[in-house]
Design a protein around this ligand. Structure first.
Ligand code: ADP
Ligand code: MG
Length: 481
């Protein structure tokens, strides 16, 4: 909702996402898709639209689209059709893009998004279709000329279209994050927005609650979640001002300028009929064998929603912790490797707390974590077997990150072994009580709050190594006596 002078407006958002398919070769040619190569070194005659060249569909790309559809709990259409979408652009040598229009390979799916406060909401997926990417015009290589790089031309994209089910910039961000997580679990798109593997178009409109949908504008090609949210918020505010001023929103295509934080008109909205879609005569309709689809379904990995539910049920984690742990498959695997046979909640706290903190600080991800699963497990075992307290464990962990040594080596080398010897703790308590005679009197006279002071003094006297539970028990005894 967004406030206006005449009352609140509901923000309505639908997203179209272009996700680059993970595949070694392009959708209709054998040219490589590797990122970062010299311009025009990965271009087949098909990609360059040389006369007489014919497209041949890449089965691996089709399998990726089906896998993604299944991961989105969508309907897989056993018959789909490739169409030509006709338009001129210097980086589109054929003068058309091969896409799917009337009969896409996937329709009607869903993504469950996780919102603040543990709220989950279902967002409908209208369709997913396969299409070719275009090349890239380079305008910054020469003062008067533009260049064209066709390496990307013909690379397979999945266009994933959502229903207009999103209601705020936050929800749009949560949707993109969740979709990206699912694609990464499936191994169908790497989700790297900086490299352009995942690009978002946001359709935004306003309406009064319960009224029909308003006219939308489409913000093209946003390449970060932060920019997406800024763009939606700006655009909702702009449309509100237009409507509150008695004007009408004109349907158009916009670009977001991150520097200024504003959306700008790019062109008036084109209509589907402008593209003169027609079935590509060089390609037969795509017919899938139901058994082939079934085999892909059986090969699907456990997906984030299921993993999260299992973490809650099997490990007793909160929905929040489970959600954080499953956001990346590598993190979930790391957690499970450590949690096996250990206190899972404790492990979850260590992974999402200290380990994430250390990774953040070092700018690393879990795959290159300075503390591996075996070592974190050993540290947690030393807390469980009372060799060290939870507090000292934090110190040991920091030393593990710094030095690369394991927990046992650090505990021995730094003499951090917990004091569980009752005699030693008794001596420390006696010394503390003797040195603080006045406070002992006050405590016995009813000033209960002083208990923490005595605990602190005993811990200090033992360099933090005394077993805290023993200290508590024995102090109570000594003070009441
Ligand atoms: P096009 O291909 O011309 O952009 P579509 O009908 O395929 O049009 O819709 C594209 C996207 O726009 C979808 O994600 C859909 O959810 C969204 N959308 C449709 N109507 C609205 C609306 N009134 N407000 C916001 N989003 C909308
Ligand atoms: Mg569109």
């Amino acid at each position: 909702m967004i406030e206006g002078a005449s009352g609140p407006w509901e923000v309505v958002i639908g997203l179209e996402i272009h996700a680059q398919v993970i595949s070694r070769a392009k959708l209709f040619s054998g040219a490589s898709t590797a990122f970062g190569a010299q311009p025009n070194t990965q271009v087949s005659f098909v990609d360059a639209a040389m006369p007489g060249m014919l497209p041949v569909i890449n089965e691996a790309c089709v399998a990726q689209a089906v896998r993604t559809g299944l991961g989105l709990r969508a309907a897989i259409n056993l018959r789909s059709v490739f169409d030509r979408k006709n338009y001129f652009y210097p980086d589109l040598p054929a003068g058309y893009q091969i896409s799917q229009y009337g009969q896409p390979i996937v329709s009607r799916g869903e993504v469950v998004i996780d919102l603040a406060g543990g709220v989950a909401r279902r967002v409908g997926i209208t369709r997913l279709h396969l299409e070719q990417d275009a090349g890239k015009s380079l305008h910054d290589q020469h003062p008067e000329l533009s260049y064209v790089d066709l390496n990307r031309a013909g690379v397979a994209l999945m266009e994933i279209v959502s229903e207009p089910d999103l209601r705020s910039a936050e929800e749009a961000g949560a949707y993109v994050r969740k979709l990206r997580t699912i694609l990464r679990y499936l191994g169908t798109c790497d989700g790297n927005m900086q490299e352009g593997s995942l690009r978002v178009d946001a359709n935004v409109s306003l309406r009064r609650l319960g009224a029909p949908f308003g006219t939308r504008c489409e913000i093209k090609n946003v390449n970060s979640i932060r920019f997406l949210q800024q763009a939606i918020d700006y655009e909702a505010g702009r449309q509100r001002d237009v409507l509150e001023g008695g004007g009408r929103v004109v349907q158009e295509t916009l670009l977001f300028d991150p520097g200024e934080g504003v959306t700008r008109s790019m062109r008036s909205k084109e209509e589907a009929h402008d593209y003169r879609y027609f079935p590509d005569p060089d390609l037969l309709p795509l017919e899938l064998d139901p058994q082939w689809v079934e085999d892909i379904r059986r090969g699907l990995p456990e997906l984030p929603d299921e993993k999260k539910a299992r973490f809650v049920a099997d490990y007793g984690l909160s929905a929040y912790d489970a959600g954080v742990l499953v956001a990346e498959r590598e993190t979930a695997d790391f957690f499970e490797a450590v949690a096996r046979g250990r206190d899972a909640k404790l492990v979850a706290n260590w992974v999402t707390g200290d380990l994430f903190g250390a990774l953040n600080k070092a700018g690393r991800d879990i795959a290159t974590s300075p503390v591996n699963t075996a070592r974190l497990g050993q540290l947690i075992d030393r807390i469980a077997d009372q060799t060290i307290s939870g507090r000292i464990a934090k110190e040991v962990f920091e030393a593990m990150v710094e030095t690369g040594a394991d927990a046992d080596a650090i505990i021995i080398e730094r003499g951090l072994r917990q004091i569980t010897d009752a005699g030693a703790i008794e001596d420390a308590i006696a010394a503390v009580l003797a040195a603080n005679h006045d406070k002992v009197q006050e405590y016995r006279a009813g000033k209960d709050k002083l208990f923490g002071f005595f605990v602190g003094q005993v811990m200090k006297a033992t360099q933090g190594k005394a077993n805290p539970k023993l200290v508590n028990e024995m102090l109570r005894g000594a003070l009441s006596g």
